[in-house]
Ligand binder design. Structure first.
Ligand SMILES: [Zn+2]
Length: 303
């Protein structure tokens, strides 16, 4: 067996690759041992994912959505205690603890001074940072998305097919650009991607196909979008030329990247002709809106 990134023998590798890190709530999209070798797994974990998750947006969103780290810990974020007339301004770490049915904000003070100031009412206002989105064209995000795209392609192929066609997969040069960019940052300076919010954090959905009408939130989801560019006749055969985009949403923000090459224009064109609706949205999936009373019928249906 060979690693899909460095293409070295990975038969003795022990690590299991998560397409989206566990720290972003992924428990299901996992590749089998050896699909990604230990060395590449470790490289992505320490050089790409760890640094990406330390970006202020990811710290902020993981904190406010109670997404636990791999070690089952909640993320700490900086909060600011301040007085409206200025003066005292203290920063402290906060640890929000959420238990089923009750919501507790547990604050961990690094010094007693701040606690005293709070008791005396010197710092009556608390500010928690809310960073809505990663700044566009983030290099780490671009490397991360190319990594996820290739891994999800492997995941969809499945272990049996992958092993059966392993040598062909390795010899197939069409993924060389995305593979080398993801793993070594080579081939181009920046592989562009699309980023936009498609629903708010905490949005609730119900799948009308689901008989029990369970209501759920989506932490992350992913899929491929194939776009036909043109058809060509080659003798008897018709060849369809197209592009494949990897589309993923994490906490309501949709990211899309082209597997074939470093350009994203084709995706923007596709969106224009499809009313900007995300390819991730399923026809049977309905987003619940608390401003309108459409939640009630579904609650009745769950009984
Ligand atoms: Zn490798």
């Amino acid at each position: 067996m060979n690693c899909i990134f460095c293409q070295q023998d990975s038969s003795n590798s022990k690590s299991i690759e998560h397409i989206i890190p566990e720290s972003l709530g992924n428990k299901h999209h996992i590749l089998w041992k050896g699909a990604v070798c230990d060395k590449c797994n470790n490289y992505f974990a320490t050089k790409i994912e760890k640094e990406l998750l330390e970006q202020p947006y990811f710290v902020s969103t993981r904190q406010r959505n109670y997404i636990k780290s791999k070690k089952d810990k909640l993320v700490k974020d900086k909060i600011v205690f301040a007085h409206p007339q200025g003066g005292t301004k203290v920063e402290a770490s906060i640890n929000a603890v959420f238990e089923e049915g009750k919501s507790i904000l547990q604050m961990q003070f690094e010094n007693d001074e701040l606690f005293d100031k709070m008791l005396k009412g010197e710092v009556p206002e608390i500010y928690m940072p809310y960073i809505p989105m990663l700044e566009p064209n983030n290099y780490l995000m671009s490397r991360f998305l190319t990594k996820c795209a290739l891994e999800f392609f492997t995941f969809i192929m499945g272990k049996d097919n992958f092993l059966r066609f392993s040598s062909e997969v390795i010899e197939d040069k069409q993924f060389d650009p995305i593979r080398t960019y993801a793993r070594y940052g080579e081939r181009c300076n920046f592989w562009p991607y699309s980023q936009r919010r498609i629903y708010s954090e905490g949005s609730l959905f119900v799948d009308l196909k689901n008989r029990k009408k369970h209501i759920y939130q989506i932490i992350n989801e992913m899929d491929f979008l194939s776009i036909e560019i043109k058809r060509e006749k080659e003798g008897e055969n018709e060849i369809i030329l197209g592009e494949i985009y990897f589309v993923m949403a994490i906490m309501g923000i949709e990211y899309a990247i082209n597997l074939a090459g470093p350009n994203i224009e084709g995706y923007y064109e596709w969106l224009k002709t499809h009313n900007n609706i995300s390819p991730l949205r399923k026809e049977t999936e309905h987003q619940l809106d608390f401003n309108f009373p459409d939640l009630n019928p579904f609650i009745k249906m769950t009984e």
